[in-house]
Design a protein around this ligand. Structure first.
Ligand SMILES: [Zn+2]
Length: 466
């Protein structure tokens, strides 16, 4: 088994249980697993097949993206100024043209963007599967690129004729959805440590599937080790109104009624949770993915991240779909999580003579380290992983390095880790995933970006001809 010694790391942020940050750090990797972490002095004398000197670099765990819709990079910058339900109903007919080539091409663009911005593990929630296309195309892209990938088999089954939001041309039959989910679990799901592929069951939202599908998906997932559940929840006020009208409950109560609150469930957004529902998430172990870019882009609101962390809710980060972000950059998402939480209304301004002038937040609402922890350990926890999210012996060799001697990082020697988001975002100079060097000296080692872009353009030309 080949060994790799990474030494002379200027700042090694491990995010381990002690949150150690090591000056002059070193890592020893055997095959795909980290076997030693310490200072370069402590690891002196170690013999390795390859030695990589990362003087002048900061190293941290690869980030974990827990919510995305990669196919949406075919419809970026559309419906810029409308509410979510208008945004969706405008885009559904275009998405109805998707096929396997489109899914593969868009996944390659999204994964390349993610890896370049520090992500080494991603989930993708693919819920529009028209024209007999399959999520297998994304899994193939991830396997070729070498990205750790949790494929969330999404689904919509409640078309307009059944009182749902999507057109009937975008929805599938429920028995076919469940049959395909079972096929995917048998074909691709690996429950073991260091797995590169897992399957997630992910009906799209309360307004696009039936309660029956939610229940059956939960039952299917729970009959297989390590198959988790994911969906959107409490993303938009229109969704709350829909749940009240159709189910007579709030969205969280709807989730509870179909067995969707538990440690094997995580939701994207969870903006409109009240105190009782935040406690319910903490008690049941249900997790949430914060997607600040999309929440800001769509004007939906600010999730109560500070309150959720303090209550013990598991919180991760997600870039969300490329039609509502419109990028796939994890460093940017961590930066925006930090900034957005600070402007969340915490108090009235001008509580002095003269009256209340508006709302104000607090610079203590979320620190840079907390935002980066959501992007690493937090995301790993949501995906049910005990082998990624921090750097320690026995963990998967997923780590990134950024060169400190560059314009945007100059002057940050006092705290280069916080600088990665407070001065960023930056591109990575090295990315190792499962021990494989995917990016070296700022360039992909095995991915032809010109080809990735050309394939994407070809699909774009076809879809927009419709
Ligand atoms: Zn989403």
């Amino acid at each position: 088994m080949p060994t790799l010694l990474v030494k002379n790391i200027e700042h090694l942020a491990t995010f381990d249980d002690a949150r150690r940050e090591i000056k002059g750090g070193a890592l020893l990797v055997r095959d795909n697993v980290i076997v030693r972490v310490g200072t370069t002095t402590e690891l002196a004398g170690t013999v390795a097949d390859r030695v990589l000197d990362l003087s002048g670099h900061i190293v941290m765990p690869g980030m974990v993206n827990t919510h995305h819709h990669m196919y949406q990079n075919l419809t970026r910058v559309m419906v810029q100024d409308d509410d979510l339900f208008v945004w969706l109903t405008t885009l559904y007919p275009i998405w109805a043209e998707l096929d396997d080539e489109a899914i593969y091409a868009s996944a390659r663009v999204a994964m390349a963007e993610l890896i370049q911005s520090g992500c080494t593990t991603s989930s993708d929630h693919l819920y529009v599967l028209p024209n007999n296309c399959r999520i297998d195309s994304e899994i193939r892209a991830a396997q070729e690129i070498g990205m750790r990938f949790h494929a969330a088999r999404g689904a919509m089954s409640r078309g307009q004729s059944q009182g749902g939001l999507p057109p009937d041309s975008c929805v599938e039959k429920e028995d076919a959805i469940l049959k395909d989910a079972e096929r995917l679990i048998h074909e691709f799901h690996d429950p073991d440590r260091h797995a590169m592929n897992r399957i997630v069951l992910a009906p799209c939202s309360p307004f696009s599937v039936t309660p029956g599908l939610m229940k059956e998906a939960a039952q299917l997932a729970r009959s297989h080790k390590g198959v988790h559940l994911h969906s959107h929840l409490a993303e938009d006020l229109d969704e709350e109104t829909y749940c009240d009208r159709v189910y007579g409950t709030r969205s969280v109560d709807f989730a509870a009624s179909v067995g969707w609150l538990g440690p094997d469930v995580w939701f994207a957004h969870a903006i409109f949770l009240n105190d009782r529902e935040i406690s319910l998430f903490a008690e049941t172990g249900a997790g949430m993915t914060h997607c600040p870019s999309a929440n800001m882009r769509c004007g939906q609101g600010i999730a109560k991240i500070r309150q959720m962390i303090d209550a013990g809710v598991r919180v991760g980060l997600g870039v969300d779909g490329s039609a509502s972000n419109d990028t796939s950059n994890m460093f940017l998402e961590a930066r925006l999580a930090q900034m957005l939480q600070r402007v969340a209304p915490a108090r009235y301004l001008s509580e002095t003579p003269g009256g209340r002038g508006g709302f104000g937040g607090s610079p203590k609402a979320l620190s840079a380290r907390e935002a980066l922890e959501m992007a690493t350990r937090g995301g790993a926890s949501l995906l049910g992983r005990d082998d990624i999210g921090y750097l320690a012996p026995g963990m998967s060799a997923d780590f990134i390095a950024i060169r400190l001697n560059q314009l945007g990082l100059s002057g940050t020697q006092r705290d280069p880790l916080a600088a990665l988001i407070m001065c960023g975002p930056f591109r990575v100079d090295y990315s190792f995933i499962n021990g494989h060097e995917v990016i070296a000296r700022g360039a992909f080692t095995g991915l032809d970006i010109d080809d990735v872009l050309a394939c994407h353009q070809k699909v774009m030309a076809r879809i927009y001809r419709q």
